[in-house]
Design a protein around this ligand. Sequence first.
Ligand SMILES: O=C1O[C@H](COP(=O)(O)O)[C@@H](O)[C@H](O)[C@H]1O
Length: 246
Amino acid sequence: MTTDMRHAVVEVLKDSEAVAMEMARLLIRTVKEKQQGRVRIALSGGSTPKQLFAILAQPDMARQVDWSRVEIFYGDERHVPEGHADSNHASARELLLSRVSIPAAQVHPMPTAATVAEDAASYQSVLEQAYGATKLEAGRPLFDIVMLGLGTDGHTASLFPGEPVLEEKKAWVGVAAPRTAPHERLTLTYPAIASSALVVFLVTGENKVPMLARLRQGDGSIPSGRIVSEGKILILADEAAAGELS
Ligand SMILES: O=C1O[C@H](COP(=O)(O)O)[C@@H](O)[C@H](O)[C@H]1O
């Protein structure tokens, strides 16, 4: 079974805080319910997940997760030096990962010290090692959860309109040099995102209204509209982003 955007489940919540809280509960539940092995989660970047990170870092929430069973990956990263203000990992580390008891070896930032192509190849190896194979197998997802955001131009992860990486069919990690956003990027590709038990889009704010409407229709002319998962797809949106469709 694969799910495309037209078959995504949509949950509209009051505001961005309710979206972050729902996502936090979903993460807690996923770790509790998975009986064996590590829970592999790819985090989204940008501003939207910051509220989630802050909520999950609160002691009463953090203690509900067995962090020793969690492995953190990223859906995309800006190719900037470690600790840069625009780094997705720096933000997740500051707001969440440095505040919970996750073993350092289970946090896998996308590397940014070499060339963007070399760093993409290195991250491919990191993912292959975590997965235990160099080919994705149907029915054995690479990720338990892939979190995604939605750009006002319809991008998701760093799958930007017009980028060659949109056509990648084999590699799990690709590169992008968007003209409309700062920095070169590393990004998970469509095949890597599709190897997931659950994809969750977090979409908040009224500036996302037009793209969220197109995402819900599975509009393949925007990169986010072409996301599929071998598991389920959930959109958690706030009322502002859902607009009159809510
Ligand atoms: O550049 C990016 O943009 C999207 C959306 O970001 P947001 O600030 O509107 O939440 C994000 O999902 C992606 O990971 C990020 O690198």
